[in-house]
Design a protein around this ligand. Structure first.
Ligand code: DGJ
Length: 692
């Protein structure tokens, strides 16, 4: 069965994923019209949908019931434009002529050309498992102003009710899940910060208000873009729900140069009929199979020295920490900020990427060798896109930063943003990174980015390009480094989870999900992260108690059990840990190594919502292996907590736990596990089950 079918008579295309269909057609004016996105339909069934008409036409509305595939000004259209252009004579309405279609490398490309002006538009559709990837490209022989070029617009079939799920957050409080009725009108989610942002992650989930964790229809889309973006969801009085999304935010425009192909990032869409849990598992499968560079690998256990040392890094301290980390079973040692130039605090040295001579008199090599001698890989923190004004780099190249004529250069965290849209700046960054990795045998980079864009101008260049070309350059440099150093692995970070998206996940191996390492907060953060992104990409460290950021105390086992639900790492001040703590930590690291394949590569089931219950649990299943984490945050004494039931098991199957007790699948599915979580404070447990 072909995945893409075409009905030439009705000028309709049908795309089929294993469990859904997507259809669109061309109307009489060659305008692409959305037909269907949802449960599987055949080509002739999709044609029946296309034949329907909205009875409630008026001279104040768009006629018919179908929405546009890429809404644009022109004709009776009054919604949010996904594509907005200005030709040199001021014309902005678009009128298309169909120019054929092709299926190239599994991608359906439908070509349209403007009836009068030399603008070509291509709509791209690619099926990746359950996901439909969409993007747009434009080309012209004459300059055209591009005011908005979204990747795709999506339309829901008519349903009773509409609800929007998305994240809301801040630095150290990323990915808070919000699920609210969708108001009638236009709801815009956006980042104007130059990164995908802590505040709202670039994905949305829509349902009719009736989906649950385990049932119901959910339509979701995620943007593969690591810079500013905008998604606008429109809910009309008549009940239609459409949304459009792409890179850039309002008032950012670009000049399409003659002969240039302008390509948008992928906006990926997924329909699932089995609730929010099924939606997340499908996204995880998609990320593993089609996005991550090395999904087959198990991520190593990192020790990162940032919370232990702050800025006070030197060869002796780092070497001692590396020895302590190795004893616990760490497999990768990462030296964080403070190792280079005059960077002994956040006010100076950023941009001067040679080892600080007082701190590392013989350069980095002795530390790298010591780490390797422990059998660990060596990783290094970098922040290539930034500069402190108090640095040799800025003194030499004050024009390399984003700035505007006659305006202040706003510093945030005492730093300015280098303009990577400039080819000379991007080349400089690539060269020193390439040299650093090659000369020092660096196995891993933590690529950080610690401030939002301001005064994002480019005197002498095209300012609007900054928002797009800076990000493209970051993506390109990551790609080149990976290609030239095939064993190099990279962690994406932007003050924690400020740049978590499908675009960065395609070029990194894991994400530092948050600077907040407090295990109690982390349960919420990890719950939100996992809505779209898999646990095998989510780096999580065990740090000290009281937590340096929040001041909260929690038992070591609780902190471990929370971090073990992702890619376990260590970040505590180990020399201050007691012998008992170090012993317990070593055995928990050893346990993690045993369960790691199930956590990092298994299917995730959320058993309880941390916003609703003090007791939260997540379950991972890989073939016949099951791992369940239970976390109980402090609650009122004697308040009963409902033991979550397990899911995703065979009712007729039998499962042996780590103590040798055998449980029937049917009992686990209907009554859950009997775990002992004493008291009313922090308590946690990890249960391993093997199908027998
Ligand atoms: C922000 C990161 O998220 C932290 O983990 C740490 O690397 C600091 N930057 C260092 O400046």
């Amino acid at each position: 069965m072909s995945l893409v079918e075409h009905d030439p008579a009705n000028r309709l295309w049908l795309l089929r994923t294993p469990e859904s269909s997507y259809a669109f057609r061309l109307d009489a004016g060659d305008r692409p019209r959305h037909v269907h996105w949802g449960p599987p339909l055949t080509l002739s069934q999709a044609t029946q949908v296309a034949a329907r008409r909205n009875p409630a036409d008026s001279s104040f509305d768009e006629p018919g019931d179908e929405r546009q595939e890429l809404p644009a000004e022109g004709g009776a259209f009054f919604g949010v434009a996904a594509l907005a252009v200005r030709y040199e004579d001021g014309t902005s309405a678009l009128e298309w002529r169909y120019d054929g279609f092709a299926i190239e490398d599994g991608t359906l490309v439908v070509r349209l050309v403007d009836r009068h002006y030399p603008l070509e538009l291509s709509l791209h559709y690619r099926l990746r498992g359950d996901v439909v990837e969409r993007w747009t490209s434009l080309r012209a022989d004459q300059p055209v102003s591009l005011l908005r070029t979204d990747s795709a617009a999506w339309t829901l079939p008519r349903r009773e009710g509409a609800r929007l799920t998305r994240t809301s957050g801040a630095w150290s409080a990323e990915y808070g899940v919000l699920r609210e009725p969708l108001p009638v009108g236009e709801t815009t989610l956006t980042s104007r910060r130059g990164v995908s942002s802590h505040q709202v992650n670039p994905w949305v989930m829509l349902d009719a208000g009736d989906a649950t964790e385990t049932s119901g229809e959910v339509w979701s889309t995620a943007l593969a873009w690591s810079g500013s973006w905008r998604i606008t969801v429109e809910h009309t009085h008549t009940g239609r729900v459409t949304w459009t999304g792409g890179f850039g935010h309002e008032n950012v425009a670009w000049q399409l140069r003659p002969g240039e192909t302008w390509e948008t990032p992928v906006f990926a869409g997924l329909y699932a009929a089995d609730g929010f849990g099924g939606t997340s598992r499908r996204w995880h499968a998609y990320v593993r199979e089609f996005v991550q560079p090395h999904p087959e690998e198990l991520r190593p256990i990192v020790y990162n020295s940032w919370e232990a040392t702050g800025w006070d890094v030197d060869e002796r301290t780092e070497t001692e920490l590396a020895a302590a980390a190795a004893k616990l079973g760490a497999e990768l040692f990462v030296m964080d900020d403070g190792w280079f130039g005059a960077r002994t605090g956040d006010t100076a040295g950023l941009g001067d990427w040679t080892a600080n001579e007082q701190r590392f008199p013989a350069g980095l090599r002795p530390l790298v060798d010591a780490v390797h001698a422990h059998g660990m890989k060596f990783g290094l923190w970098i922040e290539p896109e930034m500069v402190n004004p108090d640095s040799d780099l800025y003194r030499a190249h004050p024009d390399w930063v984003l700035h505007m004529a006659n305006r202040e250069r706003t510093t945030l965290r005492n730093q300015l943003v280098l303009n990577f849209a400039r080819p000379d700046v991007a080349d400089w960054a690539h060269q020193w990174l390439d040299r650093l990795v090659g000369e020092h045998g660096i196995d891993y980079l933590k690529w950080d980015m610690n401030r939002a864009f301001t005064e994002a101008g480019w005197p002498g260049g095209e300012a609007g390009r900054v928002w797009v070309d800076h990000v493209r350059a970051v993506h390109r440099i990551l790609g080149r480094l990976r290609a030239d150093h095939p064993t190099l692995r990279i962690q994406g970070c932007a003050g924690g989870g400020g740049r978590t998206d499908l675009g960065i996940l395609a070029r990194t191996d894991e994400i530092w999900a948050s600077d907040n390492t407090d295990a109690a907060d982390r349960i919420t953060i990890q719950h939100g992260y996992g809505q779209v992104y898999p646990a095998g990409t989510m780096s999580a460290w065990v740090t000290d108690s009281p937590n340096p950021t929040t001041g909260r105390e929690a038992p070591l086992s609780f902190r471990f059990h929370v971090a073990m639900a992702g890619v376990l790492g260590l970040g505590g001040d180990l020399p201050r840990w007691s012998a008992a703590e170090l012993g317990e930590a070593a055995s928990l690291v050893a346990l993690y190594k045993e369960i790691r394949p199930v956590v990092q590569h298994g299917e995730l089931y959320r058993l309880a919502d941390p916003a609703k219950s003090a007791l939260t649990a997540v379950q991972y299943v890989l073939a016949g292996e099951v791992v369940v984490f239970f976390w109980r945050r402090p609650t009122e004494f004697a308040r009963p907590v409902t033991p979550p039931r397990l899911v995703g098991l065979a009712p007729a199957g039998r499962y042996r736990d780590q103590d040798g007790v055998v449980h029937d699948g049917a009992v686990l599915l209907s009554h859950g596990l009997d775990v002992d979580l004493p008291g009313s404070g922090y308590a946690s447990a990890v249960v391993r089950l093997t199908r027998v």
